[in-house]
Design a protein. Structure first.
Lengths: 442, 169
């Protein structure tokens, strides 16, 4: 019988609950659901909360809702001026209600509009001769409030739109300047002083602050841009570097370390029959001290050779830097390439051959050949080790960058590449595992 | 509002109860424990929903909860081998189990096959080929990268095939 995913699936799909079991769990679930039901947050919950806390405002809101369609209370209120009975309703409720659904940047702009509206009202009052001390106080207070709120919300909005504080400050400046010009004219024509001068003074102060704010905001903006440019440059550079390393890594991954390791384990297995359990321990040790297969007779002579090899191995380690350069010069082939896989297999075969021959090693020459081969294998292992270290190092750098700046989105593809190589490594090692398994079965 | 949510959740239960149960029994290899974990999975998910949180993909979410519940369970209790359980009378299928034909794998064999896979392939392969979840969904459930999931699916299929053939011969 041949294997197919379909059969596996069909087999597993026969696993089901019995009708009784299904019903039992369903009713248990139903009981639990009824018992365990927390109130679900409604999107209106927050406003409902307001109703509870401020009943007067709640009534006012309801009134507004009732009459908002035309000529009712809120319409009347919208035309109210300071000193009118409905003015408090207008600035405290009608205008505030509009802000409920506003986003931060819209809200900031709206506050600027409101500040301008206060000056418009001032003009109306001045022209009709109703600008008294009380009205002045209200308007001055509101003016400061509105501009401060505009500033506050612009700052909030700056997270999503960094330019908002600058544009809002500029808006405050232009809106208020225009209105204060009109007011100055009215002051001259109507010969009003006192209250109007007070309001004009506040307006001028506000404008001055706005000008300063705009300058500051622009500076911050410029600094941010510069910052991100620097970051981007750095990332681009790193990316380039990383890509180089990755290319070389991909090219060099033709001899997966696991293959060699498992082959070395084989050698050891042949030498002294060990259990699979021992192999786990050996797997750790073997990477530290590769042992050569030796016959009993040659043991003494070969011991010296082994020493020699271990020294060589150390030399290879010291040459890691050099290896890196070699790596960089290598190019073109990719992991998926079947030819590379073939090469890997040839390597493994070589090592296996070495392990088989080991029983017949009799002459110095034969031994020299075998040791050369083993040395080659060790060299490759070290290559791989340094590559893997390299890769780890770079992916760590990248992960870090990701947290620091949003611009690092840019390097995501590169990280993905690293991951791909990782996966490919994993794939090859599994391949080696399977080969091992097969061999053992045979 | 409440009632609608309850209704919808019970519908989800009716749709996915077997899927979750199957996943549990393949992993824990004990019918009673699998039933417990299945119930637990749905209760926990309800508590999550009931706290006002949203679930984009109910199926994937249920698997994730079940998976965590199984991990908790296996931490508490060292898992017994399948053989030991079989001796004490493990039944995979329910009473209305479909009779197997000669050219099919039986449920126990299939579960054993899945079980013999290395950890990292087991769940991924199960989700992909038995439950037809997308790579994206599997990545969400297991917390692995999509890329890794794809590679493991690919490798896992080869592995399971070889395992199967080895057992046949």
């Amino acid at each position: 019988m041949n294997f197919s995913e379909q059969k596996l699936k069909e087999a597993l799909k026969t696993i089901r609950m019995s009708q009784d079991e299904r019903t039992a769990i369903r009713s248990a679930l139903h009981r639990h659901m009824t018992a365990y039901t927390k109130p679900i947050k409604s999107p209106f919950a927050q406003h409902a909360h307001r109703f509870i806390l401020r009943p007067m405002q709640a009534i006012a809101i309801m009134l507004v809702v009732l009459v908002s369609s035309g000529t009712g209370l809120s319409y009347a209120a919208s035309e109210a001026l300071p000193g009118d009975p409905l003015y408090g309703f207008k600035i405290g409720i009608t205008e505030e209600i509009k802000t409920i659904t506003m986003k931060d940047d819209t809200r900031a702009n709206y506050e600027v509009t409101r500040a301008a509206k206060r000056l418009e009202e001032t003009a109306q009052l001045a022209l009709t001769g109703r600008l008294d001390h009380n009205a002045e106080a209200v308007i001055r207070e509101q003016l400061t409030k509105h501009t401060e709120k505009a500033k506050k919300f612009a700052q909030k909005a700056s997270i999503a739109k960094p330019e908002t504080p600058a544009t809002v400050a500029s808006d405050i400046n232009s809106e208020l300047s225009a209105h204060s010009q009109v007011l100055t004219e009215i002051k001259e024509i109507k010969q009003i002083n006192g209250e109007l001068s007070g309001i004009l003074e506040t307006t001028k102060k506000t404008i001055a602050i706005a000008v300063q704010d705009e300058e500051d905001a622009l500076e911050v903006l410029a600094a941010n841009n510069e910052q991100s440019e620097v970051t981007l440059d750095r990332i681009t550079e790193q990316r380039k570097e990383l890509k180089n390393k990755l290319t070389t890594l991909e090219n060099l991954v033709n001899t997966p370390i696991e293959n060699i390791e498992s082959a070395l384990i084989d050698i050891a297995t042949d030498l002294e029959t060990i259990t699979i359990g021992d192999e786990m321990i050996l797997e750790e040790e073997i990477s530290e001290t590769p042992t050569l297969p030796i016959s009993e007779l040659q043991e003494v002579t070969l011991d010296k050779k082994i020493e020699q090899i271990n020294t060589d191995k150390e030399d290879v380690r010291e040459e890691d830097v050099l290896i890196e350069e070699v790596i960089i010069n290598n190019d073109q082939e990719t992991l998926e390439d079947p030819i590379l896989i073939e090469e890997v297999n040839v390597d493994i075969a070589l090592i296996h051959e070495l392990s088989d021959d080991s029983y017949k090693l009799e002459t110095e020459e034969e031994y020299a050949e075998a040791s050369a081969k083993l040395q080659e294998a060790i060299k490759r292992i070290n290559n791989m080790l340094s590559l893997i270290k390299l890769k780890e190092k770079y992916s760590a750098v990248l992960e870090e960058e990701l947290i620091i700046t949003p611009e690092t989105q840019e390097i995501k593809p590169v990280i993905d590449e690293v991951m791909e190589v990782e996966s490919a490594l994993e794939e090859i090692s599994t391949e080696a595992m399977m080969n091992e398994l097969e061999k053992r079965e045979i | 509002m409440e009632d609608i949510l309850q209704q919808k959740f019970l519908e989800a239960y009716d749709t996915y109860n077997d899927d979750i149960f199957r996943f549990c029994i393949v992993k824990v290899r004990n019918r009673d424990i699998a039933l417990d974990i299945t119930q637990d999975t749905f209760t926990k998910t309800w508590e999550y929903l009931s706290a006002g949180k949203e679930i984009d993909n109910m199926r994937a979410f249920l698997y994730q909860v079940a998976r965590n519940a199984i991990i908790d369970w296996s931490r508490k209790k060292k898992s017994e081998s399948l053989d030991a359980l079989t001796e004490t009378g493990l039944e995979f299928g329910s009473d209305d189990e479909v009779k197997q034909t000669e050219n099919s794998i039986d449920a126990k064999q299939a579960a054993k096959l899945i079980d013999d896979l290395p950890d990292k392939y087991r769940d991924i392969l199960y989700f992909r080929y038995v439950e037809d979840l997308s790579v994206q969904e599997i990545a969400d459930i297991t917390g692995e990268r999509e890329n890794t999931v794809s590679v493991r699916v690919h490798r896992g299929v080869k592995l399971i095939e070889e395992l199967f053939n080895k057992k046949q011969s």
